[in-house]
Ligand binder design. Structure first.
Ligand code: PXL
Length: 271
C-alpha cells in the first residue's frame, strides 16, 4: 500500500461567484497553486447579471446547511487554518461564529467583506456590526481594503503609509492580532502598497501598480494566499510577501473578461 500524503489543509468559508472571479472558487484555486489541500463551505451564492450592467444578485445559504457543512469539514480532517470570506447576513455570521468556536484554530484569516452590492444599506449596518463583534473578534489576521479599513478604524481618510499603520493599530482593537491594510488602486501614487501591522511592528509591501484598472479577485487571492502559507507554517511576514507576489503576478497575467474588470489568474504565480 502506498504511503499516505502528509497534507496542509486550507479551509475557506465563503460565497460562490459563478464566474470564478471572487469567493470560494478563487480561494480553492489559490490554495491549490500554493500546494495546500483546499476545501470549502458555501455561505451564499452571488450571480452576476450581464443584462443589468453586471449587477449582482445575492442569495444566502440556510444557516443549518452552513452548520452542516462546517461539521462535515471539521470532522473529516484535523483543520487548524480557516479563511472567512463573504458572509453577508446576520444569521450567516451568527452560525459561522458559533461553529468556529467549537474547536481551537491556529489561524483565522478574516477578509472583512462588508457590503455586497444588492444589499440594503440598512441591512449592511447590522451585518457590519455582527461581523465585527462575532467574527472579527475571533480573527488572528484580517485583510481590509481601503474602504473596509476606513469603516473598521473609524478614520476619516487613509492616504499615507502612516495612516495605514494607524488604521491597522485601531483595527486590532476589534480582536485580530494582525492586520493587512490593502492600499490597492485607491492608494495614491504609482505603487500598490500594503501594510502589515502585526501588533508590534509594521512591514510595508510595495509593487508597481499594473495599469489603472481594478481587477477582480485580487483581494480574495491575497487573503487566500496568506491562508495557504500560514497553513504550511510560513511565518506571517513571509506569508504576506508570498501573497503580494502572487497577486502581482496574477494581475500581470490576468484573464480578459466581458464585465468591466478582468480576472486575476492565480496560475501565473510560480513558487
Ligand atoms: O470580493 C468580495 C467578494 C467575496 N466573495 C464573493 C463575491 C465578492 C464580490 O463580488 O462575489 C462571493
Amino acid at each position: 500500500m502506498k504511503e499516505r500524503q502528509l497534507m496542509n489543509f486550507a479551509y475557506t468559508i465563503a460565497g460562490s461567484e459563478s464566474a470564478g472571479a471572487a469567493g470560494l472558487q478563487v480561494d480553492i484555486r489559490t490554495f491549490h497553486q500554493l500546494g495546500t489541500f483546499g476545501l470549502g463551505t458555501l455561505t451564499c451564492v452571488v450571480a452576476l447579471h450581464p443584462d443589468n450592467n453586471w449587477g449582482h444578485s445575492f442569495t444566502p445559504m440556510p444557516a443549518d446547511l452552513i452548520a452542516e457543512q462546517i461539521a462535515a469539514a471539521t470532522a473529516t480532517y484535523d483543520l487548524d487554518t480557516v479563511k472567512i470570506g463573504m458572509l453577508g447576513t446576520v444569521p450567516t455570521i451568527e452560525v459561522v461564529a458559533e461553529n468556529l468556536r467549537k474547536q481551537p484554530w491556529k489561524n483565522v484569516i478574516v477578509d472583512p467583506v462588508l457590503i455586497c452590492k444588492g444589499q440594503e444599506p440598512g441591512q449592511a449596518f447590522d451585518t457590519d456590526k455582527a461581523l465585527r463583534e462575532q467574527v472579527l473578534s475571533q480573527a488572528t489576521v484580517t485583510t481590509p481594503n481601503h474602504f473596509e479599513a476606513l469603516t473598521l478604524s473609524g478614520m476619516d481618510s487613509i492616504t499615507t503609509i502612516d495612516d495605514m499603520i494607524e488604521a491597522g493599530k485601531r483595527i486590532t482593537e476589534h480582536g485580530p492580532k494582525a492586520v493587512v491594510v490593502k492600499g490597492g488602486i485607491d492608494f495614491p501614487g504609482d505603487e500598490a502598497v500594503d501594510v502589515l501591522w502585526d501588533g508590534e511592528e509594521a512591514t510595508i509591501y510595495r509593487a508597481p501598480k499594473v495599469g489603472e484598472h481594478r481587477v477582480n479577485g485580487a483581494g480574495c487571492t491575497l487573503a487566500a494566499a496568506i491562508t495557504a502559507e500560514l497553513a504550511k507554517g510560513t511565518e506571517l511576514r513571509q506569508a504576506v510577501q508570498v501573497a503580494k507576489d502572487m497577486v502581482t503576478a496574477g494581475i500581470r497575467g490576468r484573464i480578459s473578461a466581458h464585465p468591466p474588470f478582468d480576472t486575476v489568474w492565480q496560475g501565473a504565480y510560480q513558487n
